[in-house]
Structure formats: structure tokens, C-alpha cells
Design a protein around this ligand. Structure first.
Ligand code: 26Q
Length: 797
């Protein structure tokens, strides 16, 4: 597309799609016009890919996920379609600011964090590779809440991305599927008829997901809940207005809002309904597509691979068995076997309290037939394996992890360490019964969004050095290694980093009225706030460092800016206390004339995908400091490494593999290993012992306890202090000394600009492994047994 064609397309949509003339168009109108112009280009690739995957008889992958944290799509689409030059030139002629249009797009926050963002990266990688796939999820009207700070406290506000027209989706009223809940079951021998008492409709909305270079496109189909019977005119005419609208309101509640992950599972009825709603609709859609091409349902595993993203879609097991057995006449055993051969399950957590469980009572009320089938699946598994100690139904609860494991032909962890720990902890017994089932697929991130698009300075420099092959073959970054020996290259590498930091500095000044020094270490911890991720370890180190500077202000300190980002689940009070503490500490430190030149704390509110894209390119230091054995993988750690931040981290999740790839000498390791943590937990009074052994730690905790950061309410952090001194399950105190020491080592290395630059460049050069393209190829080969279609590029040759 030439700039002139782009300009015509934009003006065409402005007038004929939006009904605006150029003289009166606002930012929104221009943004939508540009989006539609770009979308037109995508639709052609999308149709071509759909035709090829229907015609080719290829196996399809279905990715079932409660969350797709896609963020903004306009720039992603423009970059992957290689339309950026045309767009910028066209807009320049129209005297419209390209960047302003990009910033105007709402950020689709249909996910909590890592798990949802992983699903979004996977969609982009599957499109890039040409893996015929479809994502299925829920079209939440309100995504993850918006975060605001009020006197340092988190306040949640509804997120309303759908208030504006959504440029990227196509409504599919013809794809409407009936979903039932409740009612009763009539058993006829082994089979049964289920008569639900409540019905609603799942309506599809399709978003095309375009891969690199526009070679392939897949569909993300999100379900909206609609009432089966609209509005009750009889009641309305009787003047009963609220009652007339009631069924509609009830049905719509199902796709109204994304549940925030608060780690401890709450057993909310609406959540279970959401899970069944989207899983059942997706399965029916998958079977409808299969039956439009083939007749024998026993061939399903040859033509479809269904991936369950965590246990949230775990009801897919019993639902598929129910359809195959009750509705399509397979025997129960046959139905179970076909379901197992089709389904696979990804686990994302080792925290036992985070594994989903539902009470049999609730499950029996909402899904009576499914509960019966779960009982039979449990019995069949017991009979076949002769095992006594693994049960899906236990103590009146349905354990979704066990159910998913049993109903899947493969179960995967998301990093090497996590997969090993699955085998020895949460799934130990099941692993012994099925020793080949658990496999590892280390997470990855898409380099298109997380380097090419978010960091144009660095990606430009890389392409200049090694060509653009790295964009869809990230291992090629290793070609940068020889350049790392060239001081001129490292200078340019660090100049790009500095320019990114200057840009972030202006943003911080404008949005938060805090001035920071772009030559300081930009030290970044961005992720959901959780006790195990240990943001409070970072805060304690910040306080101890501040106290050390105050003791000796002229000792020549390395300036540092500590940047935090992340949300806490609304009901997770400990996490909310941590947020308030960071903000209280920031207030005191940033206004301390003795120290503020050397140490500042910045906590921009509402961390989301767009903010991540702004922060990551400007990071020098990546904080990955979870208690070893607790973080399944992490993916922010990969994004930061790729963008040349050095990691200060524990041997946890994918940090282990990052360190192996970039080299131990280019990674700041500290803390206990997962094994050492387990041993230390047996030591009574480990926290008190650690505090007694480190004066700095004691002093930092004492400052919090005495109200140094909360003078108006000295007891404000009693909960945190009490937890740290008496319980400290996550070993903050026991890891503090090594963490503090490592941070001071980092201060020293940073002063050696040449050394630091070389280390940073090596982090980029050696992080090719963390592309989600590599992850997807792993799933295709090990789990899905799926092949890539020939992409547009191959087909053209
Ligand atoms: C469950 C029940 C009820 C309400 C909410 C939830 C819920 C929602 C989201 C439970 C968990 C989540 C999200 C988990 C998650 O993001 N896990 C992260 O997954 C990443 C991708 O694999 C890993 O990199 C992280 O280590 C892991 O924490």
C-alpha cells in the first residue's frame, strides 16, 4: 500500500464508515478511520488463511482461555502488515499525529496478568508460524478494573473498553449457541438426558489475529452472553418495567466482568457459570466445524487439538464426554478416550491454595449431569490405574487440577523448574501413575510486540547490524554477539537505551510530577502484587539503602530510580497494604533533600499492557525476586531481558533458563534455592533469626513499625511487620541479606558503563530462546501433533 492509497482509504472510512468530514473529525474518528483502513488489508489475508485451512484438511488447534490480555491492536496490526511508513506518511499529509492516534486506543484488558498475556502472545505466534488455530474466550464487557491511587491506597474503577466502538471485531449473530444450567437429569441406562432449567445464548465475536508480514491470520472468537428470550413486552405493558428487563440483565451478567485473580479460590457461582458458558459454546462450535468437514467423531483427535489454559476450562472434559456419550451415542469409555486424545492442559501455578476446587453441591446444582460424569471418570481412572490415593471427588469437592490431568493426554508446565516441581509436588501421585504425561513447554513472548514494536530504537539498531531475519527467527539475535566486542556498537546500544529512558523521564514528569535522573539505574518491578512475588522485599531494600545514604550522604552513591507497577486483587488485603507502603515510602524518600538525588521511588497507577510497552524499553534492571519454587515461569522477565535489562533474581521459574542462556556472569543471582527454602521453612523462628543477624534489615523493619512512613497513623503497617517478624512464609527476611549485597554489587557494576553496556547487549543477543514462536513450535511437535500450513510467503514461491 502506498501512502497515497492509505490516505484515500483513511478518508474513505472517515466519510463513509464514520460519517464525518475531515474538517470536523476528532482524534477518535481519525483513529477509527485508520483502524478500518488497516483492517481492510488484514481481512484479505484472513480469508485466504481460512480458505487454506479448510481446504487443506489440516489439524486445527483450539486454545481455550478465560483470559486474552491483548492490549492495543492498532500498532500491532500496522507493524505486522508493514504499513507503518505508509500510515505515517499519509497522516503527515493529513496533518494528523500518528502517535496520538495510537494512544487513543483503549487497552483491551481481558486478563489478569501472565496467563492472559501468554494467551495473547500465543495467538500472535500461531498466526506468524501459520499454525491453523482459533482462540476461544469471553468477551467481557468490563475487563480488569482500572487502578487509581487515593492517598496511596488502591481504588478500583470499572474498565469500560467497549464504551467506544471496537474497531477489530466482527459480530457473528449467526454463530449463536444455546447454553443450559441447572434442571434435572433423566438417566436411561448408561446415558442420560439433561433438562436444564435456565437457558441463554452465547454469541460469537471474531477478531482477526494477523501474523508477521501478513502471511497468515487466525481468529479469536469471544463469546457474549445474551438472553434467550428478550424483553418481556407483556410485563412492560403492565407497567412492570424493571421485571420486563430482568431476564436480559441476568443473562448479560455472565459476560459482564472478568474475575480478578486473588490467588485463594473463592468458589463463586458466577465464575463457574462463566467457565461452563464459554467452554460449552467453544466445544459445540468446534464439533459443528468438525462435522461440517468429516463424519466419524472418532477421528476428532486427528483433526482437532484442544488446549486448556489452566483449569478454568476444565469442564471441557466432562462436557465433551457428555456430548459424545449422551448425545452422539459413543460408549462411555470410548467417549473418555476420544476426549483425552483431544484435550491437553497447561498448569500455571504450584501454589496449592490457587488450585481450583468447586463444591459438589454447587456443581450438582448448576451442572447435574457433569457431576455424575465426573464421578464416573473418577471411578474409571481408579479402576484402570488401581490407585487409591488420587481422587477427583474428595471431601465434597471437585478438584479441577486432578480432573484436567486425568482428561488430558499431556499436561505441561511453563518452565523447566516448574515442570520438575509439578512432578514432585502437586501432581506427584498422578505423575507416578502416568509418567509420560507431564511435559515442559517453557513460556515465551512475541518479539513483534515486545521488541520490534515497543522499542523502535533498539530494533532499528539490531536490524541495521544483522538484517531483519530475527523478527520471525529470534535465535538470529546471536549474530549480535560479535558486535558486542565492538565498543562503537555497545555505545549505540546504550544510546538507544538512554533515549528510551529520557522519553520515560518526560512521561513521568508530565504524568506524575516527579523528576528523575535519566542517568540513574532504572530499576523496574512490574507484575501483579502478590506476597510470593515479594514486592515488599524490594521495599525493605529501598528503605535500608535510603537509611545508608542518610548516614553518609557524601559517599558517592549510584543514583537509582525504583519503578513499581502492578495491581492487587480487590479482596487481597496484604497486597493492598504493600501498594500503600510503596506509595508512603515514595512520598517520604522523594522529598528527602539529603537523598532524593540518589534514590527515587515511582509507582505509576494502572499498570497494563500499554504501560509495560512504555516501561520495558527503558529498564536497566529487572526485578525477578519471587521466593524460589513459587513463580511458575514469569514472562515479564523475558521481555525485560530481550530489551537489555539485567536481571536481579532468584533461581525461580524461567529465571533459571534465562540465566543459563545469557550466562551466569551477566545475571545477578541471589537468594535460596527452592530446596533450601523448603529446608529453611523447618527452622523454627527463621525470620527472627534473620532479622537478628542483619542490623540493616532490623532497622528497615523498625522504620516501618514506628510509623516513619505513616506518621498520621503509626500502626498502619502492623500487619506487614507482624507477618515479616513472626511468620514470613515467603522468606523475605532470610533472603534479605543476600539481596541487599547483590544490589550494592549492581551499583558498582553500573558505574563501569562499558562493562554494563556489554552485559546488557549480551542479554539481548542471547535471549532468542524466549520467543513464543519457539514455545508454539514445541506445543505443535510435543502435544498437538499439528503442522503449520504453508504461509502466504511459501505459497507465493
Ligand atoms: C481463578 C479462580 C477464580 C478467579 C480467578 C482465578 C484466576 C485467574 C487468573 C487464577 C489465576 C489466574 C492467573 C494466573 C497467572 O497469571 N499465572 C501466571 O502464568 C504465567 C504464564 O504461564 C506465568 O509466567 C506466571 O509465573 C504465573 O504466575
Amino acid at each position: 500500500m502506498t501512502p497515497a492509497e492509505m490516505k484515500d482509504a483513511i478518508l474513505h472510512h472517515l466519510v463513509y464508515t464514520l460519517g464525518k468530514d475531515a474538517g470536523h473529525a476528532k482524534t477518535y474518528d481519525w483513529r477509527m478511520a485508520l483502524s478500518f483502513a488497516v483492517r481492510d488489508q488484514i481481512v484479505d489475508s484472513w480469508f485466504a488463511a481460512t480458505r487454506r485451512s479448510y481446504g487443506g484438511g489440516l489439524k486445527r488447534v483450539y486454545y481455550l482461555s478465560m483470559e486474552f490480555l491483548i492490549g492495543r491492536l492498532l500498532k500491532d496490526a500496522i507493524i505486522n502488515m508493514r504499513l507503518e511508513e505508509a500510515a505515517i506518511d499519509a497522516l503527515t499529509e493529513l496533518k494528523i499525529d500518528y502517535r496520538e492516534l495510537l494512544e487513543d486506543e483503549p487497552d483491551a484488558a481481558l486478563g489478569n496478568g501472565g496467563l492472559g498475556r501468554l494467551a495473547a502472545c500465543f495467538m500472535e505466534s500461531m498466526a506468524t508460524i501459520g499454525c491453523p488455530a482459533m482462540g476461544y474466550g469471553i468477551r467481557y464487557e468490563n475487563g480488569l478494573f482500572r487502578q487509581r491511587f487515593e492517598n496511596g491506597r488502591q481504588v478500583e474503577e470499572p474498565e469500560d473498553w467497549l464504551n467506544q466502538r471496537h474497531a477489530w471485531e466482527f459480530e457473528r449473530p449467526e454463530v449463536s449457541i444455546d447454553i443450559g444450567f441447572g434442571g434435572h437429569v433423566q438417566e436411561i441406562g448408561s446415558r442420560a438426558n439433561w433438562y436444564p432449567s435456565e437457558m441463554l445464548i452465547a454469541m460469537g465475536h471474531d477478531t482477526p489475529i494477523i501474523g508477521w508480514d501478513g502471511r497468515w491470520a487466525n481468529t479469536l472468537r469471544l463469546w457474549e452472553a445474551r438472553p434467550m428470550h428478550g424483553f418481556d413486552l407483556q410485563r412492560f405493558n403492565r407497567g412492570d418495567y424493571a421485571a420486563a428487563a430482568e431476564p436480559e440483565a441476568l443473562a448479560r451478567t455472565l459476560s459482564r466482568v472478568l474475575y480478578p485473580d486473588d490467588t485463594t479460590e473463592q468458589g463463586k457461582e458466577l465464575r463457574l457459570k462463566q467457565e461452563f458458558f464459554f467452554t460449552s459454546a467453544s466445544l459445540r462450535d468446534i464439533l459443528r466445524r468438525f462435522e461440517s468437514e468429516y463424519t466419524d467423531l472418532k477421528q476428532l483427535p486427528k483433526k482437532a487439538a484442544i488446549q486448556m489454559n489452566d483449569t478454568h476450562p476444565a469442564i471441557a472434559g466432562p462436557e465433551l464426554v457428555r456430548i459424545l456419550h449422551d448425545e452422539r451415542g459413543m460408549t462411555f469409555e470410548e467417549a473418555v478416550r476420544i476426549a483425552q486424545a483431544t484435550l491437553s492442559y497447561t498448569n500455571h501455578t504450584l501454589l496449592p491454595e490457587a488450585l481450583e476446587r468447586w463444591s459438589e453441591g454447587l456443581m450438582g446444582r448448576l451442572l447435574p449431569r457433569h457431576l455424575q460424569l465426573i464421578g464416573r471418570i473418577d471411578e474409571l481412572h481408579k479402576r484402570e490405574t488401581g490407585s487409591q490415593n488420587v481422587r477427583v471427588l474428595e471431601h465434597g469437592q471437585v478438584k479441577m487440577g486432578e480432573l484436567s490431568f486425568i482428561m488430558a493426554h499431556n499436561v505441561n508446565g511453563v518452565s523447566a523448574l516448574h515442570t520438575d516441581l509439578m512432578k514432585t509436588t502437586v501432581f506427584k501421585d498422578l505423575h507416578n501413575l502416568h509418567p509420560k504425561r507431564i511435559v515442559n513447554e517453557t513460556n515465551g513472548v512475541t518479539p513483534r510486540r515486545w521488541l520490534l514494536s515497543c522499542n523502535p530504537r533498539l530494533s532499528g539498531l539490531i536490524t541495521e547490524a544483522i538484517g531483519e531475519g530475527w523478527i520471525d527467527d529470534l535465535d538470529q539475535l546471536e549474530k549480535l554477539e560479535p558486535f558486542v566486542e565492538d565498543a562503537g556498537f555497545v555505545d549505540r546500544y546504550m544510546a538507544a537505551k538512554r533515549a528510551n529512558k529520557v522519553e520515560l523521564t518526560s512521561w513521568i514528569a508530565e504524568k506524575l510530577q516527579i523528576s528523575v535522573d535519566p542517568d540513574a539505574i532504572f530499576d523496574i518491578q512490574i507484575k501483579r502484587i502478590h506476597e510470593y512475588k515479594r514486592q515488599h522485599l524490594n521495599v525493605l531494600e529501598t528503605i535500608a539503602h535510603w537509611q545508608a545514604i542518610r548516614d553518609n550522604p557524601n559517599a558517592g552513591w549510584t543514583p537509582r530510580v525504583k519503578i513499581f507497577g502492578g495491581k492487587a486483587a480487590p479482596g487481597y488485603f496484604f497486597a493492598k497494604d504493600i501498594i500503600r507502603l510503596v506509595n508512603d515510602v515514595a512520598r517520604v524518600l522523594n522529598s528527602d533533600p539529603l537523598t532524593s538525588r540518589y534514590l527515587k521511588v515511582v509507582y505509576p497507577p494502572n499498570y497494563n499492557v500499554s504501560l509495560a510497552e512504555r516501561l520495558i524499553p527503558a529498564a536497566d534492571l529487572s526485578e525477578q525476586i519471587s521466593t524460589a519454587g513459587k513463580e511458575a515461569s514469569g514472562t515479564g522477565n523475558m521481555k525485560l531481558t530481550l530489551n537489555g535489562a539485567l536481571t536481579v533474581g532468584t533461581l525461580d521459574g524461567a529465571n533459571v533458563e534465562i540465566r543459563e542462556c545469557v550466562g551466569a556472569e551477566n545475571f545477578f543471582l541471589f537468594g535460596m534455592t527452592a530446596e533450601e527454602v523448603m529446608t529453611r521453612r523447618q527452622v523454627g523462628g527463621h525470620a527472627a533469626e534473620a532479622i537478628a543477624a542483619d542490623e540493616r534489615l532490623g532497622r528497615a523493619i523498625e522504620a516501618i513499625r514506628s510509623g516513619r512512613f505513616s506518621a498520621e497513623e503509626p500502626g498502619r503497617y502492623h500487619g506487614i511487620v507482624d507477618n515479616l517478624t513472626h511468620h514470613d512464609y515467603f522468606m523475605v527476611c532470610s533472603d534479605f541479606t543476600d539481596y541487599y549485597r547483590t544490589q550494592r554489587e549492581i551499583d558498582g557494576v553500573f558505574l563501569d558503563t562499558a562493562k554494563w553496556g556489554r552485559m546488557a547487549a549480551l542479554n539481548t543477543a542471547r535471549s532468542g530462546y524466549f520467543s513464543s514462536d519457539r514455545t508454539i513450535r514445541g506445543y505443535m511437535a510435543d502435544i498437538w501433533k499439528a503442522e503449520a500450513a504453508s504461509t502466504g510467503e511459501d505459497a507465493a514461491q
